[in-house]
Design a binder for this molecule. Structure first.
Ligand code: PLP
Length: 419
């Protein structure tokens, strides 16, 4: 039996560090330890009742059978309307919408729809990724046969890649540019002008050296913004709309991480071709998502503005609190959070020191280990987010202000105890 193995494909796949730290924190909590967890990338708010009742109602009415692979027409139409009216996608109709089992699932399917394995002798298709970035992009892209081309960013520029940097990274092999605004793990977002400048670079590259370039715009956190920057969908730029796939979902905006609902929207002729290909692949993967949740999607998109605003305001207050607390920690460099619910401070000034428990702190990982074991504080080490992430820890502030204050007290104490 010892020779039995799983596929090489999966052997080379990295498990999520975020999930690992979240699970360790949970396990320690269940042993009665007073662990304060800032690891999970999910809102602490429950799903609004109106969304729950829409599903309960559909269940009791017997909406429990297979449905069309990409979703029922009414729900796809509601998403197309939202993307058209709120996000300004031109030429986005029901036929341009795919609904999958979470943004991550939709990302997985679209990566396989858009990225080819190289034929013998051909170069690999390149996917440009400003880093630090969400931990799942690289593994998913690589599994599909793509090669990640990192564009480094730093805390000093709020982790934003410039149009010039993107331009320099584009080659004839570029297949995709991934943008994520607001960003996980950085907690910052691009201004409309910054995105327009990047869009102009894409438009020029598409005409010249990279005719196959596609932009994937991950807008999962679009509703959680509070820094005075307007959310802008790059898919609204008519010059490039047909080559932009907008990825979104209900997890973050509506407190629905466990429901597993994600979607993509696109535009024009290529958008339809892309959508049909998504249907083919998803049809051999998972078929439709849970049937009785479609009415909940419509309820979320059309009837929950008040709840979304209440959550946004709570996140805004928490972000303010964490920005203030972080600013008081000596040696810690932090970009002001403007979107999503993450702080991503540079902690490298403390590398080379030793913790009270005798742990040598020489990386974000060793600091996160010491924080969890000695101060019962769960942050996520930044190494797997790429680029300068190795000098950072991710702090998810999707929790009460009381927990944020307690956590920041412990963090401050831990830092001052390092020798
Ligand atoms: N995109 C980003 C940037 C994320 O942080 C996440 C989840 O953490 C997702 C996409 C996927 O979320 P879900 O699969 O819950 O829709």
């Amino acid at each position: 039996m010892a020779n039995l193995s799983v596929s090489r494909r999966v052997q080379s796949l990295k498990p999520s560090v975020t999930v690992a730290f979240m699970n360790r924190a949970k396990a320690m909590q269940s042993q009665g330890k007073d662990v304060l967890s800032f690891a999970a990338g999910e809102p602490d708010f429950d799903t609004p009742d109106i969304i729950k009742y829409a599903a309960i109602n559909a269940l009791t009415k017997g909406q429990t059978k297979y449905m069309p692979t990409l979703g029922d027409p009414a729900t796809r139409a509601a998403i197309a309307k939202k993307l058209t009216e709120e996000n300004g996608l031109p030429n986005c109709t029901t036929d341009h919408i795919t609904i999958g089992a979470g943004g991550k699932h939709s990302l997985f399917v679209l990566a396989h729809v858009l990225i080819d394995e190289p034929k013998p002798g051909e170069p690999q298709q390149e996917v440009i990724l400003p880093v630090p970035a969400w931990v799942s992009y690289a593994p998913i892209v690589e599994l599909a046969g793509g090669k990640i081309v990192e564009v480094p960013t730093t805390v000093d520029t709020a982790f934003k890649a410039t149009a010039q940097q993107i331009k320099q990274a584009i080659t004839p092999n570029t297949r995709m540019l991934i943008l994520n605004s607001p960003s996980n793990p950085c907690g910052t977002m691009y201004t409309p002008d910054e995105l327009k400048a990047i869009g102009a670079v894409v438009e020029e590259a598409a005409r010249t050296i990279a005719p196959n370039i596609i932009v994937l715009s991950d807008e999962l956190y679009e509703k959680i913004i509070y820094g005075g920057i307007r959310h802008f969908s790059i898919g609204s730029m008519s010059q490039i709309a047909e080559r932009v796939i907008t990825l979104n979902g209900l997890s973050k905006a509506y407190g629905m991480t466990g429901w597993r609902i994600g979607y993509t929207g696109s535009s024009g002729e290529f958008g339809k071709k892309f959508t049909n290909a998504m249907a083919t692949l998803q049809g051999q993967m998972s078929t439709n998502i849970t049937s009785f949740t479609y009415p909940s999607i419509r309820a979320a998109l059309t009837q929950c503005a008040g709840e979304v605003e209440m959550m946004r305001q709570a996140f805004a207050k928490r972000a303010e609190l964490i920005n203030v607390r972080m600013g008081k920690l000596p040696g810690i460099k932090n970009a002001k959070a403007t979107g999503a619910f993450y702080a991503f401070p540079d902690v490298s000034a403390y590398f080379g020191k030793t913790s009270k428990g005798g742990r040598k702190i020489d990386s974000a990982m060793s600091m996160s280990e010491a924080l969890l074991e000695e101060s019962l504080l769960a942050f996520v080490p930044g190494e797997d987010f790429g680029g300068c992430g190795k000098n950072h820890v991710r702090i998810s502030f999707a929790c009460s202000e009381e927990q944020i204050n307690k956590g920041m007290d412990r963090f401050a104490e831990f830092l001052s105890s390092l020798r």
